[in-house]
Design a protein around this ligand. Structure first.
Ligand code: IMP
Length: 425
């Protein structure tokens, strides 16, 4: 399998967790490289549903090593809880490693995230409210706290004081709300540091060692390309690099060692939070997609906005990630629709656009131009053979391949681990 990246080709929630879990079978090491507990990955194993936010989906395979890389922002309290929940269900967490360089999300980040969203009013981003943006902002401003800091009393004291003082100044003097006790925060962090300490280390060195040993490494993306801070629908984005470029900086792994970049896209599209979405369906069809696809956020429970597959957005994802393969997920959800539409391009003021324009976050008047396919009635959940798909479902896959120039190597046909069509050979 070599070294593979799994990246979201849309606005997140493409079903990466399931694909990671499936591909993890032939990997030795699974790595998260960006985002934090804003992510939510659902994996179903033998009717048991696991919801993961920070820990790589590979954890469900006992013998695999899992890494949380330096590009991830870690809320240590959430991580300890997630570990405990897995252990309670008999999942071993012994093989988890956390980068000493990963930044810490504090309760004050979360409070700031929510206050700043409220202040924006109509202009809000619709964040998950988990403190992710403020934590990355502190990282970039060079006042952040790293996971290595919570394992050392003296270092924590030195790093925590200016950060909490800064947060308290914002909270108390600008926003007029209560700040945080540094002493209490420090105590809590040291306790979490005690629990997590044995897992914290130089994960890029470990990765390089495994690479030299010839082990197969799988990089598990969170969020999606259209939420990337550089290549997403700015400003309606997250604060990290969910795309394949994020692997190098977020895991400390060189681009020359990557073999396959697999983009995951639904057969339609969804988005949570605010921001532009040209193919959004606001009426009954959107509601039907939401119900059939169970499109509700794993992290916040918010209903996801649903729309038709958007090829300009997908071509953009192919380009900025250098995708070498695609997975089309949740094609089974489209069964029962009379017509299925695919947006081939946008048009605006007499011009057509085959790629996602940079001002999409600011201009609302790009109108999608559609290809229409006739629908199919038959339930295709669990189908494992491409030839057995209804003609329109096959056509959808072929259109994606033709329009993006990238082979669709996997088609996911249901939530279960085995509901998949493997076209890799
Ligand atoms: P934040 O990452 O919490 O700052 O949220 C910024 C934007 O990214 C919001 O629109 C969120 O809804 C979206 N977002 C963040 N994480 C995910 C995810 O895992 N799936 C889908 N959308 C996400």
């Amino acid at each position: 399998m070599a070294n593979t990246v799994i990246v979201g080709a849309q606005w997140g929630d493409e079903g990466k967790g399931k694909i990671t879990d499936w591909m993890a079978r032939s990997a030795d090491v699974i790595v998260r490289y960006a985002g934090g507990n804003n992510a939510g990955h659902t994996v179903v194993v033998e009717d048991e549903k696991y919801e993961l936010h920070l820990i790589p989906s590979g954890i469900l395979h006992e013998e695999k090593e899992c890494i949380i890389g330096s590009g991830v922002v870690v809320n240590p309290g959430v991580l300890v809880e997630e570990l405990e929940k897995l252990r309670e269900r008999g999942v071993s967490t012994d093989n988890l490693h956390i980068s000493s360089r990963a930044h810490v999300v504090l309760p004050s980040h979360q409070k700031l995230d929510n206050i700043e969203e409220k202040r924006k009013g109509e202009e809000k981003i619709g964040t998950t409210g988990r403190g992710i943006g403020p934590a990355y902002a502190d990282k970039a401003a060079r006042r952040g706290l790293r996971m290595m800091d919570i394992t050392d009393d003296r270092r924590l004291e030195k790093r925590l004081k200016p950060l909490v003082d800064y947060h308290n100044k914002l909270l108390e003097e600008i926003y007029g709300v209560e700040g945080f006790s540094r002493r209490k925060l420090k105590e809590e962090l040291l306790q979490l540091g005690d629990e997590l300490g044995p897992m914290i280390g130089e994960t890029s060195v470990l990765l390089e060692k495994r690479r030299r040993q010839g082990r197969d490494i799988l990089f598990e993306g969170a969020q999606g390309t259209l939420l990337d801070i550089d290549f997403g629908t700015y400003p309606y984005v997250t604060s990290s690099h969910p795309g394949s470029g994020g692997v190098c900086s977020g895991a400390g792994f060189g681009p020359t060692h990557l073999d396959e970049i697999m983009g995951v896209s639904k057969a339609y599209i969804t988005r949570v939070g605010e921001g532009p979405m040209p193919t959004e369906l606001r009426g009954d069809t959107g509601e039907r997609l939401r119900e059939k696809g169970q499109e509700f956020g794993v992290t916040t429970g918010r209903p996801r906005r649903c729309g038709w597959l958007d090829l300009p957005a997908l071509r953009h994802a192919v380009t900025v990630n250098g995708l070498t393969a695609l997975t089309i997920s949740k094609i089974d959800v489209l069964s029962g629709f009379e017509e299925i539409m695919i947006c081939r391009e946008y048009s605006r003021q007499g011009r057509s656009y085959e790629y996602l324009p940079a001002d999409l976050g600011l201009e609302a008047d790009y109108s999608p131009q559609y290809i229409t396919l006739s629908g199919w009635e038959r339930d295709i959940t669990g189908c494992q053979d491409f030839a057995e798909l209804p003609p329109s479902a096959r056509e959808l896959i072929e259109i994606v391949e033709e329009e993006t120039g990238v082979p669709v190597k996997l088609v996911s046909t249901g939530p279960d681990r085995e509901d998949i069509i493997d076209r890799r050979s």
